[in-house]
Design a protein around this ligand. Structure first.
Ligand code: LLP
Length: 419
């Protein structure tokens, strides 16, 4: 359920008609709904209530906008960060340091130090080498880093290969069969408080079974570690729950996920932690775009919109589907190729898409763009970065300025010696 609905023939975000935003801010623009973010945060938390009082850390990579993070901080969410930049954002947005988890396969020395100095709640260590490096830094500062060891359970998540993280050939975590030895060794290190296991097998999962298999393996590992005399008080089960991108598509509901987690983890006796991203933010955002022109094609027309692959990379990168709808539909339909202005064929949002009939100048949206949308933007073709807007009932605010191509150019210079 989201708060982007047609009323009086016009698509609204909560109680704001989208043409009003286009008028004030221009297009393309990402639009987020506060009520939808809050609803998703509540539904996800409620779905896990049978597991006790889980720690929920929003995966900042899905939508790092400060206003979005503030909404989630107000809902009691922590943050799962994967870079020093994300850590800085989470803190700036008001997330408490102790509610922040630091994941990522390539945390630099400086980032490990930044996390320690900020007093974050947990490091999810992705290799033995990282564990020893963190221990050394922590000792130097006279601190102790609370840590979970991320394991790679060798489970196929059944999702797009570029967003699958839990197969043995993927770079993430330590192989689960080597985890007991690594966990035991790191538990001996001064400076580290090894307290748990972390797992995340991929994103946009449409099936709970791979998750259940992975969690089952984690449960066995926790038992083995305890038998070896290791302390295990936490288990971070990552994110990954998929969302519907196509109207009518059915995915496992958060409640089904929660019931599965409760069943699998009932004897674990740990503090559970989660890192949802897409399921919170995905359907809480749309990308509003204007049709530049409709170009006659051989078999189909090309609807050329002012958004492009640099603004919303998912279709070009993963062949992802985003529903495309007119802001003021009149009941007419067409079948068209939906493309952006960028000079490569990959800048195609959809081929042979049946959609609302559109003509030049009309507004349309790509739905489900609240996660992995603006954050994956680039300035390819010197297009600048799109603006972002947050809607709250009948008001809206620009929560990220449009960055013009000229401003990006300001950071470039031609050296004197280049004549
Ligand atoms: N935790 C870790 C360690 C992760 O790597 C990720 C996502 C998450 C949590 C959040 O996963 P979610 O609940 O959002 O599925 N750009 C891609 C998605 C990349 C996901 C990367 N990791 C896309 O647009 O589909």
């Amino acid at each position: 359920m989201d708060h982007f609905q047609i009323r009086g023939g016009v698509l609204h975000a909560e109680n704001v008609a989208l043409p009003a935003i286009a008028e004030a801010v221009g297009t393309p623009v990402y639009i987020y709904s506060r009520a939808t973010l809050e609803r998703h945060a509540r539904v996800f938390r409620d779905a896990l209530s049978a597991t006790g009082k889980p720690h929920i850390a929003f995966a900042v990579k899905a939508n790092p906008n400060l206003a979005v993070l503030r909404v989630l901080a107000n809902m009691g969410y922590g943050a799962d960060v994967v870079s020093g930049g994300e850590l800085t954002r989470a803190l700036k947005a008001g997330m408490k340091p102790e509610d922040i988890v630091f994941s990522g396969v390539g945390k630099t020395h400086a980032e490990l130090q930044q996390g320690l100095e900020a007093g974050i709640g947990q490091f999810n260590i992705e290799s033995e080498e990282e564990g020893y490096e963190l221990a050394a830094i922590a000792r130097r500062f006279g601190l102790t880093a609370a840590c979970a060891l991320r394991v790679n359970p060798d489970v196929d998540a059944g999702t797009h290969e570029k967003i699958s993280t839990g197969k043995r050939e993927n770079k993430f975590g330590v192989p689960i069969d080597r985890a007991p030895a690594i966990y035991a060794a790191l538990s001996q290190e001064d400076g580290l408080d090894m307290r748990g296991i972390a797992v995340h097998i991929g994103s946009q999962l449409g099936d709970l079974e791979p998750l259940e298999t992975a969690f089952g393996k984690v449960g066995t590992l926790i038992g083995d570690l305890r038998e070896m005399g290791c302390k295990v008080t936490h288990a971070d089960l990552g994110g990954g729950l998929g969302v519907p991108y196509k109207s009518g598509e059915v995915l496992p509901a958060p409640a089904e996920y929660g019931a599965m987690v409760a069943r699998i983890t009932k004897d674990w006796n740990v503090q559970l932690m989660f890192e949802p991203g897409r399921v919170i933010a995905g359907n809480a955002g749309v990308l509003l775009t204007r049709v530049i022109r409709v170009k006659r094609g051989i078999e189909r027309p090309f609807v050329v919109v002012d958004a492009a692959m640099n603004d919303l990379a998912r279709p070009a990168m993963y062949g992802a589907w985003h529903d495309f709808e007119a802001v003021e539909p009149d009941g007419e339909r067409m079948t068209a190729h939906i493309v952006g202005p960028i000079c490569e064929t990959g800048d195609t949002f959809a081929m042979d898409r049946e959609c609302d009939a559109l003509v030049a100048g009309e507004l349309a949206v790509f739905r489900t763009a609240g996660a992995y949308g603006a954050t994956m933007a680039s300035s390819y073709n010197s297009r600048g970065f799109v603006a972002e807007v947050l809607v709250d009932d009948d008001k809206f605010a620009v929560v990220a300025d449009r960055i013009a191509a000229g401003a990006i150019m300001d950071a470039e210079r031609v050296p004197d010696w280049l004549t």
